[in-house]
Design a protein around this ligand. Structure first.
Ligand SMILES: O=C(O)c1cc(C(=O)O)c2c(n1)C(=O)C(=O)c1cc(C(=O)O)[nH]c1-2
Ligand SMILES: [Ca+2]
Length: 669
């Protein structure tokens, strides 16, 4: 890895031998020119080796491969270096993220991968540290804390990128009242070079720069937006254009989600849900495009961005493409941020389209503060972080699209930003869901599909319907192939032009990460890091398999044996716990604000990586206090409720769990 630098990454894009950066090349196309494995012979693909990552939570990493060595991260930000030909372990590096940090993030203790530069491997840990590791030995070279010392719930799940000798990293936490920013650190020393905030701070203090002063005019100060952080976290996509020396960042949702609670008098709330172009050396603002003005639904624009050149109306344009959560596919001119086109890639009900200035034409009901609204796409997004690829040979972008129904209802108990203690993580997001308030459940239907999208015509070229939402990211190759793992534990290959399903292999769990391909000693390999999880996988699943996180690597005519797969054990509904039926109402509210996000709805959801309490053993529910107060799972990411719940609260939660199980148990049981 000693020789990996900017020109190495640019040269490698021509051969495809290595996979040296998150999205394969600087344009983040995830298109490999390798063609030894092709639509004609992919049916002969077999396992070359597998490697047990030893993790039980979500695996979201795109592995990197340089000179026959693979660097891949698993949950809890643990990095593994493997021989890419044999799967033999070279070293592992564990940043020892404290278990308590697990409950500081919204969406599982995941990590989307590492960066490699001049002999170092860089990982950002869940608890907010950026760490340089010696690529040969796995020893730490330097470490720096990227978080402010204000106790706010920042976490890092994204992969760092290396740009002009700096390591670039953002963070997450917009569900907890943080102010988003992105920082550049010297790759050699870890010294901070620049930091750019995505949303304005307190207007009584000087703004950091002109861009913040302009942004502040789009926020209503009567909402005291800065006390709830504002949000706009850069928790995933960061792309660099070496020719224009621009760094493109995707920004996240508002904090709190509810627009009226942040900005009672309205306003676009820059730079939420936007693509922002920064000067790559200084971090100065250059241009922005806001896909969802006044975000109200967790419509992040943090999804993958891909750079390419497209011929549009007879003109060759340098474009940036993105399919953010809000359901529309965007094509922009990346030299200046000019809006070229947008069309919906899934059904949407919050807007009917975009006008020629690139503003959404909204449906007013979507912002109702009185009526519940079954928002489509839901807050999980029409497309989430799962990686998109773009094949210039077919002219198509490939990404997992989906719908996960959620009806949103105003949260009347979330009165004002002032009611949140300053400096404390925000409690709640300003909305409830239908389940929480006993209103009609959403009528929209869930789905998950692989979408092949033509960005020039803004039309779907083909689709493949999966059995569930929350499928893996994609890889496309010059062999006319698209590879994707699925929620129901398969790894599949499709014809890139037609969408014909050509090959598949079973996996030991549902897959959410994206595959890669590389070449060692003249042989092409395809690799995928499988491990069910992420925000949807915490409480739900589409497969009965729960094998530990595993890297599977395939080769033509490979005949290695699959590791043994393990299954979830689903007990029967809990029964016989004594409870006071008068407690069920208050127990519902307590369960909803403290438990539902990870454990799901008792007896309704099956449980994902985190057990559904409706299927617990009787003794577990009877002794719930032992799990809630200084419990055994704090070291595995479960919050300690000692400060937030009392003994009576626990009795109420028990009543809700047992009461719900009793209510849904079939009469015969
Ligand atoms: O607003 C944020 O700061 C933030 C952070 C993250 C994250 O860091 O993983 C996610 C989200 N939001 C989010 O909205 C979301 O749907 C999501 C899914 C996942 C995941 O890894 O499965 N992370 C996140
Ligand atoms: Ca979010």
């Amino acid at each position: 890895a000693d020789q990996v630098n900017q020109s190495y990454i640019i040269e490698n894009a021509k051969t495809g031998k290595d996979w040296p950066t998150h999205g394969f090349d600087y344009a983040e196309t995830r298109f490999s020119p390798l063609s030894q494995i092709s639509a004609d012979n992919v049916e002969n693909l077999g396992l070359a080796w597998s490697y047990n990552l030893g993790s039980e939570r979500g695996v979201e990493a795109t592995p990197l491969v340089v000179d026959g060595v693979m660097y891949v991260s698993a949950s809890w930000s643990i990095v593994h270096a493997l021989d890419a030909k044999t799967g033999k372990k070279l070293w592992t590096y564990d940043p020892e993220v404290p278990g308590e940090a697990g409950s500081r993030g919204c969406c599982d203790v995941v990590n989307r991968g590492v960066a490699v530069h001049y002999g170092n491997v860089y990982v950002a840990s869940y608890d907010g540290r950026l760490i340089a590791i010696d690529a040969k030995t796995g020893e730490k070279v330097w470490e720096t804390n990227t978080l402010p010392d204000n106790g706010m719930s920042y976490t890092i799940t994204g992969a760092p990128r290396i740009v002009n000798g700096n390591v670039i990293i953002g963070n997450g936490g917009a569900e907890f009242g943080v102010r988003g920013y992105i920082t550049a650190y010297d790759a050699k020393t870890g010294a901070q070079k620049w930091r750019w905030y995505t949303v304005p701070g307190n207007p009584d203090e000087p703004f950091e720069n002109e861009a913040m002063a302009r942004a502040a005019k789009t926020w209503d100060p009567s909402g005291k937006y800065w006390e709830a952080g504002g949000g706009g976290t850069v928790w995933d996509s960061i792309v660099f254009d070496p020719d224009l020396n621009l760094l493109y960042i995707g920004t996240g949702n508002g904090s709190p989600w509810s627009h009226k609670k942040r900005s009672p008098e309205g306003g676009d709330n820059l730079y939420l849900s936007s693509i922002v172009a920064l000067n790559a050396d200084t971090g100065e603002y250059v241009w922005h495009y806001q896909a969802t003005p006044g975000d109200n639904w967790d419509y992040t624009s943090t999804q993958d961005m891909i750079l390419s050149e497209l011929t549009i109306d007879g003109e060759r344009r340098k474009v940036i493409m993105q399919a953010p959560k809000n359901g529309f596919f965007f094509v922009l001119d990346r030299t200046n941020g000019e809006f070229i086109s947008a069309d919906n890639y899934v059904d949407v009900n919050w807007a009917t389209g975009y006008d020629s200035n690139g503003r959404p034409i909204e449906v007013p009901e979507a912002r109702s503060m009185d009526e519940p609204f079954d928002i489509v796409p839901g807050p999980f997004g029409g497309h989430n972080w799962h990686s998109m690829s773009f094949n210039h040979q077919t002219g198509l972008a490939y990404f997992p699209s989906q719908h996960i129904p959620i009806t949103m209802v105003e949260d009347p108990s979330w009165e004002s930003i002032e009611s949140n203690e300053p400096g404390q993580p925000m409690s709640g997001i300003g909305w409830n869901t239908a389940f929480q308030l006993n209103v009609a459940p959403p009528s929209s239907k869930p789905f998950g599909r692989l979408t092949a999208w033509d960005p020039v015509t803004q039309q779907e070229a083909w689709r493949y319907e999966h059995v569930s939402p929350w499928n893996g990211g994609t890889l496309t190759t010059a062999g006319d192939l698209v590879f994707q793992g699925t929620a129901d534990a398969r790894f599949m290959a499709f014809n890139a032009q037609t969408g014909d399903h050509l090959w598949e292999s079973p996996m030991g769990t549902g897959v959410i990460a994206a595959p890669i391909t590389y070449e060692v000693d003249g042989t092409q390999y395809v690799s995928i890091a499988a491990g069910w999880g992420g925000v949807f996988g915490k409480s739900q699943r589409a497969s009965d398999l729960k094998t530990a996180g595993t890297v599977y690597t395939f080769v033509l005519n490979g005949d290695a044996e699959m590791p043994e797969f393990t299954k979830y054990q689903l007990n029967s509904l809990v029964s016989g716990v004594d409870y006071n039926p008068d407690f069920i109402g208050e127990g519902t509210a307590l369960y909803v604000s403290n438990c539902v996000f990870c454990h799901g709805v008792p007896g309704v959801d099956k449980g994902g990586n985190i057990p559904n309490l409706g299927y617990s053993k009787k003794s577990v529910i009877e002794n719930l206090d032992a799990f809630l107060f200084h419990g055994p799972f704090v070291s595995r990411g479960m919050p300690d409720f000692t400060e937030t719940l009392n003994e009576i609260d626990v009795e109420k939660i028990k009543a809700f769990i047992q009461g719900t199980a009793d209510a849904i148990r079939p009469k015969s049981q």
